[in-house]
Design a binder for this molecule. Structure first.
Ligand SMILES: [Zn+2]
Length: 156
C-alpha cells in the first residue's frame, strides 16, 4: 500500500516537474528590463503581461497583403497571410498557425478555461484560440493581438 503511494507521488512529481520545465525553457529568454528595451509599452503589456489590446485598435486588422506575421518579441514566423480571415471580432484572426511555432496553454483569467496561444520561441502571450473558426477550413479561430505581431510583406 505504502509503496503504491510512493509510486504515485514520484509520478505526480515527475509530471509536474517536466510540465513546468517545458513552460519556462524558452529559447529566447530575457529579463524584464531587456524586454522593456526592445518592446513598446503596448507590446510589453501584451507579450509579457498577457494583456489584451482594445478591439479594432490594431492596423493589422485591415492588413490584406501577402506575407508573414512574426512575433514582435523574437521575430519567429507565427502566421501566414493566407490563413488570416475577417472574424469581425476586432482582432487579427487566423484559422491556423505555422506548425511548431506556437505553444498552447490554459488560462482561467475570466473564470472559465480558455486556450492561451503563446510564441513557442520566447513564451510571449499572443492571444487565445477558440473552436468557432471557419468550418470550411480548420474550425479554429486564433484571436491574436496585433501588437504582439509584426507583419513582413512578401517581396513581389
Ligand atoms: Zn516570440
Amino acid at each position: 500500500m505504502m509503496k503504491n503511494y510512493m509510486v504515485a507521488f514520484v509520478l505526480a512529481f515527475f509530471v509536474f516537474y517536466t510540465g513546468n520545465a517545458q513552460k519556462t525553457n524558452y529559447k529566447v529568454s530575457k529579463t524584464t528590463s531587456e524586454w522593456k528595451k526592445i518592446l513598446s509599452p503596448e507590446q510589453y503589456y501584451i507579450l509579457r503581461l498577457s494583456g489584451t489590446e482594445r478591439p479594432f485598435s490594431s492596423p493589422l486588422n485591415k492588413e490584406k497583403r501577402k506575407g508573414t506575421y512574426t512575433c514582435a518579441g523574437c521575430n519567429t514566423p507565427l502566421y501566414k497571410s493566407k490563413h488570416k480571415y475577417n472574424s469581425g471580432s476586432g482582432w487579427p484572426s487566423f484559422d491556423r498557425a505555422i506548425k511548431g511555432n506556437i505553444a498552447a496553454d490554459v488560462d482561467y483569467k475570466i473564470g472559465y478555461a480558455r486556450t492561451e496561444v503563446k510564441c513557442a520561441n520566447c513564451g510571449g502571450h499572443l492571444g487565445h484560440s477558440f473552436n468557432d473558426g471557419p468550418r470550411e477550413t480548420t474550425g479554429m479561430r486564433h484571436c491574436i493581438n496585433g501588437d504582439a505581431l509584426k507583419f513582413i510583406p512578401d517581396i513581389p
